[in-house]
Ligand binder design. Structure first.
Ligand code: SAM
Length: 243
């Protein structure tokens, strides 16, 4: 089926991504719950469970947006730990900061505007990096992965939660219909913004599948790389270590 898919060239991609997230920031959380039928909460829970996080550790929640994972890590690392929520988009950062402050979470959290491709942190700094539904928006993914590898401590790990390739043909068909027909419609009705949600569907389809992403992680130096398929591979969690 032709969904009117168009390939976006790289130079325009960064501007497009910026527009999308400026325009969805205010309604991001509610749209996330509606479009995933709340399931993104389970995917994030699974990510936390596989993170091996301990009190006192330093965490980077990259492309952290409105801070769902940051909020959890803030509690789990405690007063001796440190969580950095980094995002390229100041509208998303503002919404995230306000949300966490409202919930009384902020003491051990820092907010940093940064591009995943050129992280402004020292070498060997973080125990854990997460990037949840962020990598597919990054223009140069190899560069971003190398940058993450650099700022991880030896012994540290990277967790990538991202849309991936559904493992069953029927699921794949249903999911295509859902993402290319239902999502833009919901975007239009609820956020008056069908274009941003069409971008979402297109970016999901473009993203590397499970094995390709695993290979990309290994290419920049990650070891013991493995992935877990969630919801039939609609989403996958990749984990790799720096030794
Ligand atoms: N991590 C949050 C979550 O799981 O709910 C937010 C995910 S949201 C779909 C994607 C985020 O990636 C947006 O906040 C966007 O601004 C950010 N982003 C896009 N490109 C980026 C880049 N090159 N560097 C850092 N963040 C980026």
């Amino acid at each position: 089926t032709d969904f009117g898919f168009t390939q976006v060239d790289k130079s325009k991609k960064a501007d497009l991504v910026a527009d999308v997230f400026h325009s969805v920031a205010a309604k991001y959380d509610i749209m996330n719950d509606l479009m995933s039928m709340g399931i993104h909460r389970l995917w994030k829970r699974f990510t936390i469970d596989r993170s091996g996080i301990r009190p006192g550790q330093k965490v980077l929640d990259l492309a952290g947006g409105t801070g769902d994972l940051t909020a959890k890590f803030s509690r789990l690392t405690g007063p001796t730990g440190q969580v950095v929520l980094a995002d390229i988009n100041d509208s998303m950062l503002k919404v995230g900061r306000a949300k966490l402050r409202n919930r009384g979470i902020a003491d051990n959290v820092r907010f940093v505007q940064a591009n995943a491709e050129a992280l402004p942190f020292p070498d060997d700094f973080f125990d854990l990096i997460t990037i949840s539904f962020g990598l597919r928006n990054v223009t140069d993914k190899d560069k971003a992965l190398a940058s993450m590898f650099r700022v991880l401590k030896p012994g540290g790990r990277l967790l990538i939660l991202e849309f991936s390739k559904p493992q069953y043909q029927l699921l794949s068909k249903v999911y295509d219909q859902y993402s290319f027909r239902v999502l833009p419609m919901m975007g239009k009705l609820i956020a008056q913004d069908s274009d941003s949600y069409r971008y979402l569907a297109e970016s999901i389809r473009m993203h590397p599948d499970q094995e390709t992403l695993k290979g990309m992680m290994e290419q920049v130096g990650f070891e013991k790389v493995e992935y877990f398929n969630l919801t039939g591979g609609i989403v996958a969690l990749h984990r790799g270590y720096k030794f």
